[in-house]
Ligand binder design. Structure first.
Ligand code: NAP
Ligand code: G4F
Length: 325
């Protein structure tokens, strides 16, 4: 059988790096789109860089996306690239719309024009549920986004379904709840906490400043979630799936568990809060129902909340020790 070919946008990001590893293990030829930066940003993929092919491109530039599809001639396309930080979407709402909403249409146009029989995955988000209309949230729960990011993701979700219905593309959307790892960006709350706790443990800092400690999220492990993404493209019929653990925890609980890893029980002594980190409109409570993915894709998460927190704190302690040498 011919070697399968995959094109990943957002390959330098958290999920892109785990997905590239996953596909290489399955024997794929992996291509990734990277945008031009003055300093290369390949930290998450440097261990596999000699095994993948990087193609320059940007979600803002139709021509580069079309060229990337021509060059890679993919069987499967994973559209993971986005302006993915919710807080930034209020300070850069137009850019967020260009990347996270219209960027999806640009990718779909490239697929439609160059390789309409390729399978296409869109990275949709539980942020689309926002001010939740039902609990737990599933595939047909109404959307009520609470940020320019969430609004852009709703557009990306529906344009994917629209291209499926208009042009008969195999285009699917994965509605993924929060997923984390030691490769998570430092601005997201879980990594901010794991990195902060590691610094406090190594006596490089004495506190962390956070925003809303009461928000609850359904946190899973990114390494588990890329398997579900791949499974969606292996189905006979295109369809959309919620991917989640079915368990949620508050930011305070995450912090408590992280301090617990380094033996600190009175965790609140080390956490300050700042109103400046509160969002103009908050998503208070997310918890997903992934029973469709369990039934159809035979997917379920492997890493528990406790193990995820431990993995992240231990990785940050190791990283800080290495950097101080
Ligand atoms: P991430 O770590 O922030 O990675 C985002 C990727 O997008 C990076 O590779 C980034 O490249 C790339 N990118 C951004 N703007 C671009 C542009 N204009 N042109 C080309 N590439 C661009 O995000 P992630 O956590 O891996 O998430 C992957 C996707 O899943 C995103 O679409 C996110 O919105 C969505 N999602 C994530 C979660 C989650 O909990 N992680 C949950 C639901 C949905 P640079 O390295 O150059 O910045
Ligand atoms: O870690 P966060 O920034 O992630 P958020 O907003 O849930 O978004 C992530 O998950 C989405 C899936 O639901 C993805 F689509 C999206 O791309 C991204 O990966 O914030 C989580 C919660 C929020 O309620 C926030 O208000 O933590 C609260 N929080 C409290 N203190 C904080 C902080 N968030 C950040 N980033 N930094 C804080 O200091």
């Amino acid at each position: 059988m011919a070697q399968k070919r995959a094109l990943i946008t957002g390959i330098t990001g958290q999920d892109g790096s785990y997905l590239a590893e996953f596909l290489l293990e399955k024997g794929y030829k992996v291509f990734g789109i990277t945008r031009r930066t003055s300093t290369p940003n390949y930290e998450r993929i440097k261990h596999i860089q000699d095994k993948i092919e990087l193609i320059p491109g940007d979600l803002l530039d139709q021509q580069s996306l079309t060229s990337a599809v021509i060059i890679s001639d993919p069987d499967e396309i994973y559209n993971l690239a986005a302006q993915s930080f919710v807080a930034t979407s209020w300070s850069q709402p137009v850019l967020t719309g260009e990347f996270t909403a219209l960027g999806v249409t640009r990718m779909l146009e490239a697929v439609r024009q160059v390789k309409p029989n390729a399978k296409f995955y869109q990275a949709s988000s539980s942020e689309m549920f926002g001010k939740v209309h039902e609990t737990p949230q599933k595939e047909n729960t109404p959307f009520h986004p609470r940020s320019p990011y969430g609004v852009a993701k709703v557009y990306g979700h529906w344009i994917t379904i629209n291209y499926r219905e208009s042009y008969n593309l195999f285009a699917v959307s994965g509605i993924l709840f929060n997923h984390e790892s030691p490769r998570r960006g430092l601005e997201f709350v879980t990594r901010k906490i794991s990195y902060g706790v590691a610094k406090i443990h190594l006596k490089e800092a004495d506190h962390i400043v956070l925003g809303n400690l009461d928000a609850k999220r359904d946190w899973g492990f990114s390494g588990d979630y890329v398997g579900a993404i791949w499974m969606m493209l292996q189905q006979k019929e295109p369809d959309d799936y919620v991917i989640a653990t079915g368990e949620n925890h508050s930011v305070a609980e995450f912090a408590q568990e992280a301090f617990n890893v380094v033996g600190i029980k009175n965790w609140s002594k080390y956490v300050k809060t700042s109103k400046e980190l509160y969002r103009p409109a908050e998503v208070d409570f997310l918890i997903g129902d992934a029973s469709k993915a369990k039934k159809v894709l035979s997917w379920q998460p492997k890493v528990s909340f406790k193990d995820l927190v431990k993995m992240m704190v231990e990785a940050d302690i190791k990283l800080l020790k290495k950097n101080s040498k």
